[in-house]
Write a protein that binds this ligand. Structure first.
Ligand SMILES: Cc1cc2nc3c(=O)[nH]c(=O)nc-3n(C[C@H](O)[C@H](O)[C@H](O)COP(=O)(O)O)c2cc1C
Length: 228
Protein backbone atom coordinates (compact mmCIF):
# COMPACT_ATOMS: atom_id res chain seq x y z
CA UNK A 1 0.00 0.00 0.00
CA UNK A 2 1.35 3.45 -0.92
CA UNK A 3 2.05 5.49 2.23
CA UNK A 4 0.54 8.66 0.69
CA UNK A 5 -2.88 6.98 0.70
CA UNK A 6 -2.86 7.53 4.47
CA UNK A 7 -2.00 11.23 4.34
CA UNK A 8 -5.10 12.85 5.85
CA UNK A 9 -4.45 16.05 3.85
CA UNK A 10 -4.99 14.31 0.52
CA UNK A 11 -8.34 14.10 -1.22
CA UNK A 12 -9.41 12.12 -4.27
CA UNK A 13 -8.13 13.57 -7.54
CA UNK A 14 -8.36 12.27 -11.09
CA UNK A 15 -9.87 13.61 -14.26
CA UNK A 16 -13.14 15.53 -14.46
CA UNK A 17 -16.19 14.17 -16.25
CA UNK A 18 -16.33 14.84 -19.98
CA UNK A 19 -18.86 17.65 -19.50
CA UNK A 20 -16.75 19.26 -16.78
CA UNK A 21 -13.64 19.09 -18.95
CA UNK A 22 -15.53 20.59 -21.85
CA UNK A 23 -16.68 23.45 -19.62
CA UNK A 24 -13.13 24.20 -18.49
CA UNK A 25 -11.79 24.24 -22.05
CA UNK A 26 -14.77 26.27 -23.20
CA UNK A 27 -14.04 28.95 -20.62
CA UNK A 28 -10.39 29.00 -21.71
CA UNK A 29 -11.14 28.97 -25.42
CA UNK A 30 -13.92 31.57 -25.42
CA UNK A 31 -12.48 33.99 -22.87
CA UNK A 32 -11.96 37.36 -24.50
CA UNK A 33 -10.52 40.70 -23.61
CA UNK A 34 -13.60 42.92 -23.72
CA UNK A 35 -13.52 46.66 -24.44
CA UNK A 36 -16.88 47.59 -25.87
CA UNK A 37 -19.51 44.88 -25.32
CA UNK A 38 -20.22 45.68 -21.66
CA UNK A 39 -23.86 45.92 -20.59
CA UNK A 40 -24.62 48.62 -18.02
CA UNK A 41 -26.30 46.33 -15.44
CA UNK A 42 -24.47 46.36 -12.10
CA UNK A 43 -22.77 43.16 -11.03
CA UNK A 44 -24.28 41.70 -7.83
CA UNK A 45 -21.97 41.66 -4.81
CA UNK A 46 -22.14 37.87 -4.42
CA UNK A 47 -21.05 37.41 -8.03
CA UNK A 48 -18.14 39.82 -7.55
CA UNK A 49 -17.16 37.89 -4.42
CA UNK A 50 -17.13 34.61 -6.38
CA UNK A 51 -14.79 36.19 -8.93
CA UNK A 52 -12.54 37.53 -6.19
CA UNK A 53 -12.55 34.13 -4.48
CA UNK A 54 -11.47 32.58 -7.80
CA UNK A 55 -8.63 35.12 -7.97
CA UNK A 56 -7.70 34.43 -4.36
CA UNK A 57 -7.49 30.68 -5.12
CA UNK A 58 -4.59 31.32 -7.50
CA UNK A 59 -1.16 29.81 -6.95
CA UNK A 60 1.41 32.16 -5.45
CA UNK A 61 5.10 31.88 -4.74
CA UNK A 62 5.65 30.64 -1.18
CA UNK A 63 1.85 30.91 -0.78
CA UNK A 64 2.53 34.61 -0.49
CA UNK A 65 -0.89 35.78 -1.81
CA UNK A 66 0.58 39.20 -2.60
CA UNK A 67 -2.58 40.60 -4.20
CA UNK A 68 -5.11 43.25 -3.22
CA UNK A 69 -8.21 44.21 -5.16
CA UNK A 70 -9.43 47.80 -5.26
CA UNK A 71 -13.05 47.86 -6.43
CA UNK A 72 -14.06 51.01 -8.26
CA UNK A 73 -17.68 51.72 -9.09
CA UNK A 74 -17.71 55.51 -8.72
CA UNK A 75 -18.27 56.98 -12.22
CA UNK A 76 -16.19 60.06 -11.33
CA UNK A 77 -13.16 57.92 -10.50
CA UNK A 78 -13.66 55.85 -13.64
CA UNK A 79 -13.86 59.05 -15.69
CA UNK A 80 -10.58 60.23 -14.17
CA UNK A 81 -9.05 56.86 -15.02
CA UNK A 82 -10.32 57.24 -18.58
CA UNK A 83 -8.66 60.66 -18.78
CA UNK A 84 -5.39 59.08 -17.59
CA UNK A 85 -5.77 56.34 -20.18
CA UNK A 86 -6.42 58.89 -22.94
CA UNK A 87 -3.24 60.81 -22.13
CA UNK A 88 -1.15 57.64 -22.10
CA UNK A 89 -2.82 56.34 -25.24
CA UNK A 90 -1.82 59.45 -27.20
CA UNK A 91 1.78 58.88 -26.14
CA UNK A 92 1.46 55.21 -27.10
CA UNK A 93 0.13 56.01 -30.57
CA UNK A 94 3.24 58.08 -31.33
CA UNK A 95 5.50 55.13 -30.49
CA UNK A 96 4.29 53.02 -33.41
CA UNK A 97 5.61 53.46 -36.96
CA UNK A 98 3.59 55.99 -38.92
CA UNK A 99 1.91 53.40 -41.14
CA UNK A 100 0.46 51.64 -38.04
CA UNK A 101 -0.73 54.79 -36.23
CA UNK A 102 -4.11 55.19 -37.93
CA UNK A 103 -4.97 51.55 -37.30
CA UNK A 104 -3.77 51.89 -33.69
CA UNK A 105 -5.93 54.96 -33.15
CA UNK A 106 -8.96 53.12 -34.58
CA UNK A 107 -8.69 50.39 -31.93
CA UNK A 108 -10.79 50.61 -28.79
CA UNK A 109 -8.39 49.66 -26.04
CA UNK A 110 -10.42 50.17 -22.87
CA UNK A 111 -13.94 50.01 -21.47
CA UNK A 112 -13.35 52.01 -18.30
CA UNK A 113 -16.50 54.14 -18.41
CA UNK A 114 -18.76 51.61 -20.13
CA UNK A 115 -18.08 48.73 -17.74
CA UNK A 116 -19.91 49.23 -14.42
CA UNK A 117 -17.03 47.92 -12.31
CA UNK A 118 -13.28 48.36 -12.42
CA UNK A 119 -10.89 46.35 -10.27
CA UNK A 120 -7.33 47.47 -9.75
CA UNK A 121 -5.20 44.43 -8.87
CA UNK A 122 -2.02 45.17 -6.97
CA UNK A 123 0.98 43.24 -5.66
CA UNK A 124 2.47 43.78 -2.20
CA UNK A 125 6.13 42.66 -2.37
CA UNK A 126 6.35 42.63 1.45
CA UNK A 127 3.29 40.44 2.09
CA UNK A 128 5.26 37.48 3.43
CA UNK A 129 8.30 39.19 4.96
CA UNK A 130 11.76 39.85 3.49
CA UNK A 131 12.56 36.25 2.45
CA UNK A 132 9.85 34.32 0.64
CA UNK A 133 10.01 30.62 -0.12
CA UNK A 134 10.55 30.28 -3.87
CA UNK A 135 11.21 33.96 -4.51
CA UNK A 136 14.76 33.98 -3.23
CA UNK A 137 16.39 34.21 -6.67
CA UNK A 138 13.71 35.92 -8.71
CA UNK A 139 11.86 38.71 -6.93
CA UNK A 140 9.42 39.10 -9.86
CA UNK A 141 7.71 35.86 -8.81
CA UNK A 142 5.34 37.93 -6.66
CA UNK A 143 4.06 39.74 -9.74
CA UNK A 144 3.77 36.49 -11.69
CA UNK A 145 1.62 35.17 -8.82
CA UNK A 146 -0.62 38.21 -9.03
CA UNK A 147 -1.06 37.67 -12.75
CA UNK A 148 -2.20 34.10 -11.98
CA UNK A 149 -4.91 35.65 -9.80
CA UNK A 150 -5.99 37.88 -12.67
CA UNK A 151 -6.24 34.92 -15.01
CA UNK A 152 -8.31 32.93 -12.51
CA UNK A 153 -10.71 35.84 -12.21
CA UNK A 154 -10.84 36.24 -16.00
CA UNK A 155 -11.79 32.58 -16.57
CA UNK A 156 -14.33 32.51 -13.75
CA UNK A 157 -15.86 35.67 -15.19
CA UNK A 158 -16.26 34.01 -18.58
CA UNK A 159 -18.20 31.17 -16.96
CA UNK A 160 -20.42 33.74 -15.19
CA UNK A 161 -21.24 35.65 -18.40
CA UNK A 162 -19.08 38.56 -17.29
CA UNK A 163 -16.61 40.20 -19.65
CA UNK A 164 -13.22 41.42 -18.47
CA UNK A 165 -10.91 43.90 -20.17
CA UNK A 166 -7.36 44.52 -19.00
CA UNK A 167 -6.25 48.13 -19.41
CA UNK A 168 -2.52 48.68 -19.15
CA UNK A 169 -2.14 51.96 -21.04
CA UNK A 170 -1.62 54.22 -18.04
CA UNK A 171 1.17 56.15 -16.47
CA UNK A 172 1.69 54.32 -13.20
CA UNK A 173 1.74 57.56 -11.20
CA UNK A 174 -1.72 58.55 -12.46
CA UNK A 175 -3.40 55.37 -11.19
CA UNK A 176 -1.40 55.54 -7.98
CA UNK A 177 -2.55 59.10 -7.29
CA UNK A 178 -6.15 58.38 -8.24
CA UNK A 179 -6.51 55.39 -5.89
CA UNK A 180 -4.03 56.45 -3.18
CA UNK A 181 -1.80 53.42 -3.72
CA UNK A 182 1.50 53.64 -1.78
CA UNK A 183 4.81 53.60 -3.68
CA UNK A 184 5.87 50.21 -2.30
CA UNK A 185 2.80 48.50 -3.80
CA UNK A 186 3.04 47.42 -7.45
CA UNK A 187 0.07 48.11 -9.70
CA UNK A 188 -0.46 45.02 -11.83
CA UNK A 189 -3.79 45.39 -13.63
CA UNK A 190 -6.74 47.67 -14.16
CA UNK A 191 -9.64 45.39 -15.07
CA UNK A 192 -12.99 46.50 -16.47
CA UNK A 193 -15.89 44.17 -15.70
CA UNK A 194 -19.49 43.96 -16.81
CA UNK A 195 -22.06 41.52 -18.08
CA UNK A 196 -21.75 40.68 -21.77
CA UNK A 197 -24.13 38.89 -24.10
CA UNK A 198 -21.87 38.98 -27.15
CA UNK A 199 -18.15 38.35 -27.50
CA UNK A 200 -15.71 38.17 -30.37
CA UNK A 201 -15.00 34.60 -31.44
CA UNK A 202 -11.33 35.55 -31.92
CA UNK A 203 -9.14 38.16 -30.23
CA UNK A 204 -10.33 41.60 -31.27
CA UNK A 205 -6.80 42.58 -32.31
CA UNK A 206 -6.81 39.66 -34.77
CA UNK A 207 -10.28 40.55 -36.08
CA UNK A 208 -9.13 44.14 -36.69
CA UNK A 209 -5.95 43.06 -38.47
CA UNK A 210 -3.47 44.21 -35.84
CA UNK A 211 -1.86 40.87 -35.13
CA UNK A 212 -2.71 37.20 -35.66
CA UNK A 213 -2.40 34.16 -33.40
CA UNK A 214 0.93 32.39 -33.86
CA UNK A 215 1.02 28.72 -34.84
CA UNK A 216 1.47 26.75 -31.62
CA UNK A 217 3.87 24.28 -33.29
CA UNK A 218 6.36 27.11 -33.88
CA UNK A 219 6.49 27.87 -30.18
CA UNK A 220 7.34 24.40 -28.96
CA UNK A 221 10.93 23.19 -28.63
CA UNK A 222 12.00 19.67 -27.77
CA UNK A 223 14.52 19.29 -24.97
CA UNK A 224 16.61 22.33 -26.04
CA UNK A 225 16.08 25.90 -27.16
CA UNK A 226 15.08 26.02 -30.84
CA UNK A 227 15.30 22.26 -31.21
CA UNK A 228 12.19 20.93 -32.94
C1 LIG B 1 -0.93 42.03 -19.45
C2 LIG B 1 -2.02 42.41 -20.43
C3 LIG B 1 -2.25 43.75 -20.70
C4 LIG B 1 -3.24 44.12 -21.62
N1 LIG B 1 -3.50 45.44 -21.85
C5 LIG B 1 -4.48 45.78 -22.71
C6 LIG B 1 -4.82 47.15 -22.93
O1 LIG B 1 -4.27 48.08 -22.34
N2 LIG B 1 -5.81 47.43 -23.80
C7 LIG B 1 -6.47 46.44 -24.49
O2 LIG B 1 -7.37 46.75 -25.27
N3 LIG B 1 -6.18 45.14 -24.27
C8 LIG B 1 -5.21 44.80 -23.41
N4 LIG B 1 -4.94 43.48 -23.19
C9 LIG B 1 -5.71 42.46 -23.91
C10 LIG B 1 -4.95 41.87 -25.08
O3 LIG B 1 -4.93 42.76 -26.15
C11 LIG B 1 -5.66 40.57 -25.46
O4 LIG B 1 -5.55 39.68 -24.39
C12 LIG B 1 -5.08 39.92 -26.71
O5 LIG B 1 -5.27 40.74 -27.81
C13 LIG B 1 -5.70 38.56 -26.98
O6 LIG B 1 -7.11 38.67 -27.02
P1 LIG B 1 -8.07 37.84 -26.07
O7 LIG B 1 -7.68 38.18 -24.65
O8 LIG B 1 -9.46 38.31 -26.41
O9 LIG B 1 -7.85 36.40 -26.38
C14 LIG B 1 -3.98 43.11 -22.29
C15 LIG B 1 -3.74 41.76 -21.98
C16 LIG B 1 -2.78 41.41 -21.06
C17 LIG B 1 -2.56 39.96 -20.76
Amino acid sequence: MRPDLFDPGLVTAGEFSEAERAAVYRAIGTRRDVRDQFLPDPLPDNLVMRLLAAAHAAPSVGFMQPWNFVLIRDPAVREAAFAAFSRANEEAADMFPEERRDLYRSLKLEGICKAPLSICVTCDPDRAGPVVLGRTHNPRMDVYSTVCAVQNLWLAARAEGVGVGWVSIFRDKDVRALLGIPERIEIVAWLCLGYVDRLYAEPELAVRGWRQRLPLEELIFMEKWESR
